[in-house]
Write a protein that binds this ligand. Structure first.
Ligand code: CMC
Length: 445
């Protein structure tokens, strides 16, 4: 492949440049495919016509480790260099200067809002506080011990009852109003889920509080706390850092389910479900449980690392490793500093923070983790911040979901708006029995 010579293959995609062509030789016959390049010079062979060109040959890539499922303009991630940008803006700058609602606007609309556009979004969120009572009745019908993600999943799809399916949305302006409503209502429902789990009554959302302040106050009725704004700003940063992460498991689920043209809320519920797993968003709960068990059982770091390295043991070092980041996770650097600042400001001395830092240092000196490029990910320190805010451990993944909601929504909207979108339908290589004849039950041994 010679990238200096542009190929004349016609452009299949509306967004990427064709840079060259790649040859794939199957049974001595060569087939030519365009090599497309994204705006950050990522290259991909577009094998969309392989099956038709080759008379039935397909590619196989379990867990999509080497396959782009779409083209997207929302989030750029370079795992080797530890880069994460929303719409081109580095995550570090956004974490320092922006806020969750502004970033939500950015993800959906492509550009940062003007002052009046942001004001409009803030007002749309704060005027979307009226919940249909049946949603709270769903929460109350669950036993107190139900996992919050289980309840959130059923509530997310239940939002479809009073809403249109979202397919009528033509512009990001129209979509903004729907995003504002789903964000506002999911925050209220999430706080109510938590209070129901603790056997407490619900607290109404208030005008005049920011998104994160409102959520904290609905959780704890604590707007009078002397450190309330410090706490809300740490939570806001956690939401912002989780807001999108290109084609991760839950976002891919939202796109795949949404591609059948199901209701927006059913697609978002699939994101909630995918996120719950401990290898994805559920890792933030698992990290704190792991650190608590180290503290409780007095395990040495060597024992924990040995357990994580033992291939016969399903235990993994939670909050470590990432499919894409092979250097460092830029979100974890920001989170670590937010964590240090919050605990310092509040004068909290959490022994788990010390354990986490020492465990991180031990892992980063261990050849198993170094050679596999396993570094702390976003979930390693976020749980300590959430604990400091008083959020129950089983609510941590709900916090991740609240943060990821604008990302899921924006990715769904991008997919929905693209004329290229088709229903997602992977193929398979069948390796079961070949044709055989039915055996009567009396003849089976
Ligand atoms: N502890 C011990 N070994 C690990 C870990 C870990 N946390 N992560 C990866 N490895 C090993 C893995 O066993 C494999 O070893 P080998 O080459 O000997 O077979 C090697 O490192 C490569 O890992 P992989 O399983 O091929 O990596 P993956 O891309 O399939 O999985 C991951 C990525 C995040 C699921 C995995 O690293 C993991 O399970 N980490 C712990 C759970 C976690 O923290 N998840 C949160 C991810 S970040 C938040 C989000 O966006 O979801």
């Amino acid at each position: 492949m010679n990238l200096s010579e542009f190929d004349s293959v016609p452009l299949r995609s509306e967004v990427s440049d064709i840079m060259d062509s790649a040859e794939i030789k199957v049974f001595n016959k060569s087939h030519s495919f365009p090599v497309v390049m994204g705006s950050e010079e990522e290259l991909a062979i577009d094998i969309g016509s392989l099956r038709s060109q080759s008379g039935g040959v397909i590619t196989i890539d379990p867990a999509y480790v080497n396959t782009a499922s779409c083209q997207s303009k929302i989030t750029y991630l370079d795992g080797e260099k530890g880069i994460l940008r929303y719409r081109g803006y580095p995550i570090e700058q956004l974490a320092e200067k922006s806020n969750f609602l502004e970033v939500s606007y950015l993800l959906l609309n492509e550009d940062l809002p003007t002052a009046s556009e942001l004001e409009n979004l803030v007002s749309q969120v704060s005027t979307s506080h009226n919940l249909d009572p049946f949603l709270n009745n769903i929460i109350k019908s669950y036993p107190n011990h139900a996992h919050p993600m289980c309840i959130l999943s059923s509530l997310m799809v239940s939002l479809a009852v009073n809403e249109t399916g979202g397919h009528e949305l033509q512009s990001s302006k129209e979509a903004s109003a729907v995003l504002a409503k789903v964000m506002a209502q999911t925050a209220i429902l999430s706080a109510n889920i938590s209070r129901h789990g603790s056997g407490l009554g619900f607290i109404k959302a208030e005008q005049g509080l920011s998104y994160s302040e409102n959520f904290l106050n609905m959780m704890f009725d604590n707007k009078g706390h002397k450190n309330f704004s410090t706490m809300a700003s740490a939570l806001d940063c956690i939401f912002l850092l989780h807001a999108d992460h290109e084609q991760n498991c839950s976002t891919s689920a939202v796109r795949l389910v949404g591609s059948s043209q199901v209701s927006l809320y059913a697609a978002l519920a699939s994101g909630v479900n995918a996120l719950w797993g401990p290898l994805h968003g559920g890792a933030n709960q698992a990290v704190v449980e792991m650190l608590e068990s180290i503290e409780r059982d007095g395990l040495s770091f060597e024992q924990v690392l040995d357990k994580a390295k033992d291939k016969s043991d399903p235990f993994k070092l939670m909050g470590f490793g990432h499919r894409v980041y092979k250097n460092f996770d830029p979100r974890s650097k920001v989170i670590k500093s937010v964590c240090d600042r919050l605990l310092g400001d509040l004068g909290v001395d959490d022994p788990l923070l010390e354990i986490a830092k020492n465990l991180e240092n031990a892992a980063l000196e261990d050849d198993y983790f170094v050679s596999r490029k396993l570094y702390p990910n976003v979930d390693f320190y976020s749980g300590i911040i959430l604990r400091t805010l008083g959020i129950p451990t089983n609510m941590f993944t709900v916090i991740f979901a609240l943060g990821r909601l604008p990302g899921w929504f924006s990715q769904w909207f991008e997919m929905h708006s693209s004329p290229e979108t088709k229903i997602a339908r992977p193929r398979q290589i069948y390796n079961g029995h070949t044709n055989r004849q039915y055996i009567d039950i009396s003849q089976r041994v």
